[in-house]
Design a protein around this ligand. Structure first.
Ligand code: NDP
Ligand code: 2IT
Length: 444
């Protein structure tokens, strides 16, 4: 049996009931075959694949907090410190009822290669909790965040592990967590990114994931002779990534006609109105029915359906496995030419294969959404030098990073004979740097 197949089998046997983690490992290891085959003897002796699929460390802890009725509630907190070969662990905190160890491990595993692709010195990690922020009062959110950080603060630090936002964790939650970290540890340091601008946050971090997604999408299309201006785009999600992806796509002259949340989706034939969307989601924290109420020309539909809308480009920006093979077939039948992942692993393995077989340009999340963590690393740099850069400075560095990521993965794909396969390109380009650092650092 090949080394790759052996390790995939081991991962499944040793981590039962973690299907998302299995999926992420399969996607990465399958596409590393050309590199692994070329170095099989050395990698086997050094157990490179076994080391890369096993987190360096993982924490699971109790998070008790008191709700507004005086009732004690208990959630589970996680932090997985996956790989520190190229820098301190870096990755977000997800707050969503679906969170479990397998989900955090899939996200942490992806983060290793994503962070490597940015070219910046950050290792891979991820954390979160099964806490559901929906419908909670500000005081309840603060109570949860303080309790969560009371335990988490033992394992993190500006030079060891630097968490950030993800689903359900935005500026409000980061603020409460930062306050609690400072109070317990007694140090004012860049231990979290995505902070508010008044206490060490970076300009353009809020926009970075969505903007970065559009910078790489535009560069990828350009290199294939396609202009993004004038294209129709379907976006899923209505959170941090989706909102700023829509904004930048419109600035580039494309028309975005959809967005969605966990209960329904919007089709707006006039193009999504970003100011209305921000008001509904960032200010009122309401459902998309409020968007429809403010925009009578728009349609609101319950459930899932964004991928049924005819589009040239699809940008999934909500959550994992939200675009399956049936959706992929519909997109292809409707003439979609590109899918670029704003979310982490939003496309199933079968759907990815179908899209690639049908010559749809496909940029995987670990490359396409790397602008968020890259800008987090820029926030860490600013915190270390105790300076703040201008919006333009950060944004221009972000553009440079995203363009660079595209060319690195394009070249890695070509080098191994997989021209145009950006999944293979991203995984190989991300992996090579991490392995080089792991080999140099000996058995650890
Ligand atoms: P937010 O919490 O801001 O928004 C998430 C959006 O996706 C919301 O519209 C939410 O709907 C929807 N959503 C979440 N879970 C589900 C679900 N199970 N089914 C249907 N819809 C769902 O998160 P972000 O925008 O930050 O994150 C979106 C994706 O991007 C995630 O995969 C995240 O890991 C990834 N990502 C985020 C980065 C960042 O910097 N924030 C960086 C790189 C990747 P509702 O409002 O109803 O909950
Ligand atoms: O998935 C991701 O890359 C993030 N949620 C952002 C991580 C970060 O450290 O900014």
């Amino acid at each position: 049996m090949s080394y790759v197949d052996e390790v995939i089998e081991q991962v499944i046997a040793k981590n039962p009931a973690e299907p998302e983690f299995h999926q992420a490992v399969k996607e990465v290891l399958e596409s590393l075959r050309p590199v692994v085959d070329a170095n099989e003897e050395k990698y086997r002796k050094e157990a490179i694949l076994e080391r890369i699929v096993n987190p360096e460390r993982q924490f699971k802890f109790r998070v008790p907090w008191v709700d507004d009725k005086g009732q004690v509630r208990v959630n589970t907190g996680y932090r997985v410190q996956f790989n520190s070969a190229i820098g301190p662990y870096k990755g977000g905190l997800r707050l969503h009822p679906s969170v479990n160890l397998g989900i955090i491990k899939f996200l942490g595993f992806e983060q290793i290669f994503k962070n490597s692709l940015t070219g910046l010195p950050i290792g891979g990690g991820k954390g979160g909790s099964d806490f559901d922020p929906k419908g909670k009062s500000d005081r309840e959110i603060m109570a949860f965040c303080q309790s969560f950080m009371t335990e988490l603060c033992k394992y993190i630090g500006a030079d060891t592990d630097v968490p950030a936002g993800d689903i359900g964790t935005g500026a409000r939650e980061i603020g409460y967590m930062f306050g609690q970290y400072k109070r317990i540890r007694g140090v004012y340091e860049g231990v979290l990114t995505g902070k508010g601008l008044s206490y060490g946050g970076s300009l353009a971090r809020t926009e970075a994931t969505g903007y970065g997604l559009l910078y790489i999408t535009k560069e990828m299309l350009k290199s294939n002779g396609v202009d993004i201006a004038g294209k129709t785009i379907a976006v899923s999600g209505a959170g941090n990534v989706a909102i700023y992806a829509i904004q930048k796509a419109q600035e580039m002259g494309a028309k975005v006609v959809t967005c969605s949340d966990s209960t329904g989706w919007i089709y707006d034939p006039d193009g999504i109105d970003v100011a209305t969307l921000k008001d509904v989601k960032e200010v009122k924290r309401a459902r998309l029915t409020e968007y429809k109420a403010a925009r009578p020309n728009a349609e609101y539909h319950e459930g899932k359906g964004v991928w049924t809308v005819k589009c040239d480009i699809a940008l999934p920006c909500a959550t994992q496995n939200e675009l399956d093979v049936e959706d992929a077939k519909t997109l292809v039948a409707n003439g979609c030419i590109a899918v670029c992942e704003g979310a982490n692993m939003p496309t199933t393995l079968e759907a990815t294969q179908y899209l690639q077989d049908n010559k749809v340009y496909f940029v995987p999340g670990k490359a396409a959404n790397a602008g968020g963590v890259a800008t987090s690393a820029l926030e860490m740099s600013q915190n270390s030098e105790r300076l703040s850069w201008t919006f333009e400075e950060v944004d221009s560095k972000l553009q440079g990073i995203m363009v660079n990521i595209f060319h690195n993965l394009d070249e890695a794909a070509k080098k191994y004979g997989f021209e145009g396969n950006y999944v293979v390109g991203a995984n190989i380009a991300g992996f090579e740097k991490v392995v080089d650092a792991m080999l140099a650092q000996g058995v650890c």
